[in-house]
Design a protein around this ligand. Structure first.
Ligand code: PRP
Ligand code: URA
Length: 212
């Protein structure tokens, strides 16, 4: 279905598989679901920032002078798509204390599955910003493409998309508009059902995260 470079980056770790299985389980309650979401998002945050630039810094250990690498000053911006994307923000705050957070509110219409925009608050974005757009479900790809269009229109050109569960249709929709955009995901599922839910998926992520 995908050519090699169009494939999303998939988490490949036994812990990720373990956590994903419990996340999918319909008996998992919101408190546990939030913890599992945090754990997978942490693993994804580490993978998605693997290529952040570093620079050499000389420090003194208690024994001698040594050179090490530190993150270059870099404007990292995480942008969750509300509401479910909020569940993926905390690991970025924990790992990168200087990260900025922008918000894009989109909600899919239950009948048409087309997303409607209801909120947008972004920090200034430039070509130097590394924007990580986070949304746990990449289903039709409509929400992700709308959000990517927003951050691109605000000046971002270095953008990565991070999702927890992706469908082949969603990846293809993003690829069609942004052929080289890096996509990181914990699972690439089989297909969408008639109501545009991901199969096997995990149901409505926002509802399971917030007990609605
Ligand atoms: C879900 C999910 C994504 C979107 C994915 O949000 O969190 O944002 O659907 O579907 P798509 O790829 O077909 O656009 P939803 O609209 O249910 O809103 P919520 O996060 O507030 O629950
Ligand atoms: N949004 C969800 O929360 N789940 C799906 O399966 C598809 C879109």
């Amino acid at each position: 279905l995908f050519t090699a470079n169009a494939m999303p980056h998939l988490l490949n770790h036994p812990l990720a598989s373990h956590v994903m299985t419990h996340l999918r389980d319909k008996t998992t309650k919101p408190a546990t679901f939030r913890t599992l979401c945090y754990q997978l998002s942490l693993l994804l945050a580490i993978e998605a920032t693997r290529d952040l630039p570093t620079e050499t810094k000389t420090i003194e250990t208690p024994l001698e002078r040594a050179e090490g690498q530190v993150l270059s000053h870099h404007s990292l911006v995480v942008v969750p798509i509300l509401r479910a994307g909020l569940g993926m923000v905390q690991p970025f705050l924990d790992l990168f204390p200087d990260v900025s957070v922008g918000y894009i509110g989109l909600e899919r219409d239950h009948a048409t599955a087309v997303a409607r925009s209801y909120y947008c608050k972004l920090p200034p974005l430039t070509a130097q910003s590394r924007v990580v757009l986070v949304d746990p479900m990449l289903a039709t790809g409509g929400s992700a493409v709308q959000a990517l269009d927003v951050v691109a229109s605000q000046g971002a050109s270095d953008v990565t998309l991070v999702s927890i569960v992706s469908s082949p249709e969603g990846v293809a929709a993003v690829r069609k508009r942004y052929p080289t955009l890096p996509i990181f995901t914990a699972a690439l599922d089989r297909e969408l059902n008639a109501r545009k839910y991901i199969l096997p998926g995990l149901g409505d992520f926002g509802d399971r995260l917030y007990g609605t």
